[in-house]
Design a protein around this ligand. Structure first.
Ligand code: MN
Length: 192
């Protein structure tokens, strides 16, 4: 059974950009709920329990499971994996990834261009979902958004950076102001 990863910092470590109450509810309630439903679905399939969670998402289309369970693995497995990635990307202090910065500059022309493109994808995404920087099947960096808890792994892409666009990620502090949340998030994204 999969387990809830601990936050690698205190609930209030990302303030004032992301408030402690949002982090606590987001991690302890939302992430936990995805995990619990993911594990409940996996109980029926012992053969899947030895796989890594992201491999389940990668192989989603070809898993021999009931269709209702495939949907649960997509939504709840996706929710489990996406949040596990998200927490690790953030922190109270910058830890610049020079190799990633170099690759972003080569692909998008500049960090600013990349941030504009990512911000555009995040702010124009309709409804719940996530904005992504991925490495596609040709190893090229690409920006897009996906709905709900859909995972780039299912598309054969490797997630690099991501931003949670669900209202539960920002509504307590930012209410309907998703653009303000996106702007603030760049301050707590560690690696660029
Ligand atoms: Mn979330």
């Amino acid at each position: 059974m999969f387990q809830l990863p601990q936050l690698p910092y205190a609930y209030d470590a990302l303030e004032p950009h992301i408030d402690a109450k949002t982090m606590e509810i987001h991690h302890d309630k939302h992430h936990q709920a995805y995990l619990d439903k993911f594990n409940a679905t996996l109980e029926k399939y012992p053969e899947l329990q030895n796989m890594k969670a992201h491999e389940i998402l990668k192989d989603l289309a070809k898993l021999e499971v009931e269709e209702a369970d495939r949907k649960s693995l997509r939504n709840n497995g996706g929710g489990y994996v996406n949040h596990s990635i998200f927490w690790k990307l953030m922190g109270p202090a910058k830890e610049i990834d020079e190799a990633l910065v170099k690759e972003i500059k080569e692909t998008f022309g500049s960090i600013e261009n990349f941030k504009n493109e990512f911000t555009q994808a995040a702010s124009t995404h309709f409804g719940s979902g996530w904005a992504w920087l991925v490495r596609d099947e040709n190893k090229k960096l690409k920006v897009y958004s996906l709905p709900n808890q859909d995972s780039p792994y299912t598309l054969g892409h490797e997630p690099i950076l991501t931003l949670d666009l669900w209202e539960h990620a920002y509504y307590l502090n930012y209410q309907n102001r998703r653009p303000d949340y996106i702007t603030a998030w760049w301050n707590v994204l560690k690696m660029i």
